[in-house]
Write a protein that binds this ligand. Structure first.
Ligand SMILES: [Zn+2]
Length: 505
């Protein structure tokens, strides 16, 4: 995906010289990189890639509900004639975005944190605003590799080198190369974000939602930042830097202020009871929605990792942290100076090498001279460990300490040891070996433990979130996570007893 973007960029720049369209929002002619036909065609093509890379949430009722809200807003927008499409993506990431031509996406990961139909409308209205004002079409640049901000200060460099130095091995383990999809999504300027807020607010008023709910959505995002900082502090980690989608947006404080002003101006002339927040409809729609990692992406439960589609499980050594991103699984030690990365070896390389571990090490990883050792992982899976030298794609020599293992269903996996330096690798060696040996086909017990969490609506009990937290499967600051889920993080108001609130089970 990344390698294709320079060509796309060149093509759009060439178009820029000759196209001019009327902007649907301003009514002004503007020089553009895409006329409407090109815009729709580009959107339709990228839409297929987004669907393939993120995966569509398999829930027809919820898709129809979100599409209904979206179509109502789009029909009240400046480009009602476009063929609009609204899709809930099966991703635990918190995200929403638009493609040129009228393609709008929201992740289930964002939907769990919203509390009303009006907040959903606020998200969709903002994204519709990007499309009606032709922000994506105006923006010829493509943003590459957004997201995945796991803060691997010490391991990052090595991972990048591995990803680039090993042709084809940086393939998604779960089929969700989300960083790739992000490359298709335009990054907007601050002014464009503020304009999308204004337009969204306008569309909300036209469809009888109070744009004040857009303020609640910004609050949801702000609370995520605060929770991430609080959770990091509680675990003794450094506070994470804001993920890409936050970094590319204007400061949430500035957006809050502007939306409050816009809401006041637009709502001023409306009589009481003109708006409907659709809270009960929304809560009913999200009852049962998956929360956190799904079956498709693989699940982390304590020190265990389960990946049902791949049929494998692993156990992290005590004190290690598990990071499951779209391309790989990372087990990082407490000192954050060593770890193990697990990836699926691309099927093409397995085919080309006939699944030979030695050939995969040589052709896929550039292994040259070193020591190889045969072993069994998880008691039964044939594996080959290599420790020695490798030559990367540019011909540079480096070291490699990796295991190739044949998993279930003819799949082959790479387990590579990573460390800041040789001393760190030496210290971590026993723990990393334990982690490697834990790699196994999923057992019946593993399958039972790998049940994804889902949202459930319950009446708010007298004992409050503290009571709900005691029976929650959430492990990291469960009470705070429940407050976050219900839009009352920090010092905000409590729900009333008996009011429906979201829990995880
Ligand atoms: Zn935006």
């Amino acid at each position: 995906m990344k390698t294709r973007s320079p060509i796309l960029l060149l093509a759009t720049l060439l178009l820029a010289a000759c196209a001019s369209v009327t902007n649907p929002v301003t009514g002004q002619r503007e020089l553009t990189v895409m006329d409407e036909k090109t815009e729709i065609a580009a959107g339709a093509k990228a839409h297929q890639e987004v669907l393939q890379e993120y995966g569509v949430l398999n829930d027809a009722a919820l898709q129809a509900y979100v599409d209904g809200v979206g179509q109502k807003l789009a029909a009240a927008s400046h480009r009602a004639q476009l063929k609009w499409s609204f899709t809930v993506l099966d991703s635990p990431e918190i995200n929403a975005f638009a493609l040129p031509g009228g393609y709008i996406y929201i992740t289930r990961g964002l939907m769990v944190y919203l509390d009303s139909e009006a907040e959903l409308a606020g998200v969709l209205g903002h994204e519709i605003g990007h499309v009606t004002a032709r922000h994506g079409a105006q923006q010829a640049t493509r943003q590459a590799g957004a997201g995945v901000g796991v803060g691997l200060a010490t391991l990052g460099g090595i991972l990048v080198e591995m990803a680039t130095g090993v042709p084809g091995i940086a393939q998604a383990a779960g089929g969700a190369a989300q960083a790739g999809a992000a490359g298709l999504i335009a990054s907007y300027s601050r002014d464009q974000e503020l304009q999308a807020d204004q337009l969204g607010a306008e569309y909300l008023v036209r469809t009888h939602y109070d744009p004040a709910h857009m303020v609640e959505v910004i609050q949801v995002l702000k609370n995520q930042e605060r929770y991430a900082a609080d959770a990091a502090k509680a675990a003794g980690r450094a506070a994470p830097s804001a993920p890409g989608w936050l970094a590319s947006h204007p400061s949430n404080d500035q957006r809050l202020q502007q939306i409050r002003g816009t809401a006041r101006r637009l709502v001023g002339g409306q009589g009481a009871g003109w708006a409907d927040d659709g809270r009960e409809r929304y809560l009913t729609a999200v009852d049962g929605l998956s929360f956190g990692d799904g079956r498709e992406q693989g699940l982390v439960r304590g020190r265990q990792f389960f990946h049902e589609p791949l049929g494998i499980a692993m156990t992290a050594p005590p004190g290690f942290r598990i990071v499951n991103d779209s391309e790989q699984l990372l087990l990082i030690n407490g000192a954050r100076d060593a770890g193990l990365v697990m990836r699926l070896v691309p099927a093409e390389l397995v085919r080309k090498t006939g699944g030979s571990h030695e050939a995969i090490l040589r052709q896929g990883l550039g292994a040259t001279e070193g020591r190889t050792e045969s072993l069994k992982l998880g008691g039964s899976l044939p594996a080959t460990h290599f420790a020695g030298r490798r030559r990367d794609a540019k011909g540079n020599l480096g070291s490699l300490d990796a295991t190739i293992v044949s998993g279930p269903d003819g799949q082959v996996f790479l387990l590579a040891r990573l460390a800041r330096d040789a001393a760190a690798l030496d210290r971590a060696r026993p723990a990393l070996r334990d982690a490697e040996l834990s790699f196994r086909p999923m057992s019946a017990a593993d399958r039972a433990a790998a049940r994804p969490w889902q949202l459930k609506l319950v009446p708010y009990p007298a004992g409050g979130f503290a009571q709900l937290a005691r029976s929650s499967p959430l492990t990291e600051l469960p009470e705070q996570q429940l407050r976050l889920l219900n839009g009352v993080y920090g010092a905000q108001a409590e729900p009333k007893p008996g009011q429906r609130v979201k829990v995880v089970e």
